[in-house]
Design a protein around this ligand. Structure first.
Ligand code: MG
Length: 255
């Protein structure tokens, strides 16, 4: 890849181990609100939460519903499926203190994140983050994960009032990063709203498809049709960006 100027990252399940953090959040929440659920079934809660089959979070990223509204709806769907109480505006805050407290306490970077960020910066590339959560929330998440000093939070769902897959958020992130979109890679864990949407916006879309990380089943035909560069770990990123050798400690060169 010649002339690469920058790399933008998704945050959740790309730089930060969000799925694992939701595991902590749901374990804390289940002991309080789903006391009859055996802990060995907690993973089912996380699966249902991440699938969000009724698309509440997607509606939030389109600016159609508020943050609390989507989280309350999703919480009630999980409670309904697993025998928990119906939450309302009056009980949500107490629930979310347990849930979000467990979530925040478990925010850590993926094991492969820090070294690859260092390698990209050493290669002279601009690096930043574009996420479908709010700027303040994700700034806190990057800081607690030890990444914020190297990966500024540039664009969130509240920057323009909507999020990915809209092309405008990718272009705004490139503007803030100071890079030409065609010379900017976007790396994310979701095939459609990350890699394909970035490519459709004129960036270089890269899908990080970690083993066991998919929110939904994705067919081989869908992957073939998407036709984006796919990696199984961020360790592979310097290689696919043409920065081979940097992670092995050789002198950095601009690709
Ligand atoms: Mg993500």
């Amino acid at each position: 890849m010649t002339g690469l100027e920058g790399v933008l990252f998704d945050i959740d399940d790309t730089l930060v181990a969000t799925r694992e953090a939701f595991g902590h959040a749901w374990s804390a929440t289940a002991r309080r609100y789903l006391p009859d659920l055996p802990p060995e079934r907690d993973a089912e809660l996380v699966t249902m939460w991440r699938e969000d089959i009724n698309g509440h979070y997607s509606a939030y990223t389109r600016g159609e519903v508020g943050y609390v509204e989507q989280r309350l709806a999703r919480a009630n769907e999980v409670h309904a499926a697993f025998g928990g109480p119906v939450l309302d505006a009056g009980t949500f805050d107490e629930w979310d203190a347990v849930f979000d407290g467990g979530f925040r306490a478990a925010w850590v970077a993926h094991d492969d994140a820090s070294a690859v960020v260092d390698a990209l910066l050493a290669a002279g590339l601009a690096v930043g983050a574009l996420s479908n959560a709010s700027v303040a929330y994700q700034t806190d998440k990057l800081e607690r994960s030890g990444l914020l000093a190297r990966v500024p939070m540039l664009v969130g769902v509240d920057t323009l009032g909507f999020g990915k897959p809209d092309a405008r958020v990718f272009l705004e992130a490139c503007r803030l990063l100071g890079t030409d979109p065609a010379r900017t890679a976007y790396v994310g864990d979701e095939l459609d709203v990350d890699a394909v949407a970035a490519r459709d916006a004129g960036l270089v879309g890269i899908w990080v498809d970690r083993p066991g990380g998919r929110r939904h089943a994705i067919s081989d035909a869908e992957i073939a049709e998407a036709d984006v560069t796919t990696i199984a770990s961020l360790d592979e990123l310097p290689g696919v960006l043409g920065l081979l050798g940097i992670s092995a400690g050789t002198p950095a060169t601009r690709a």
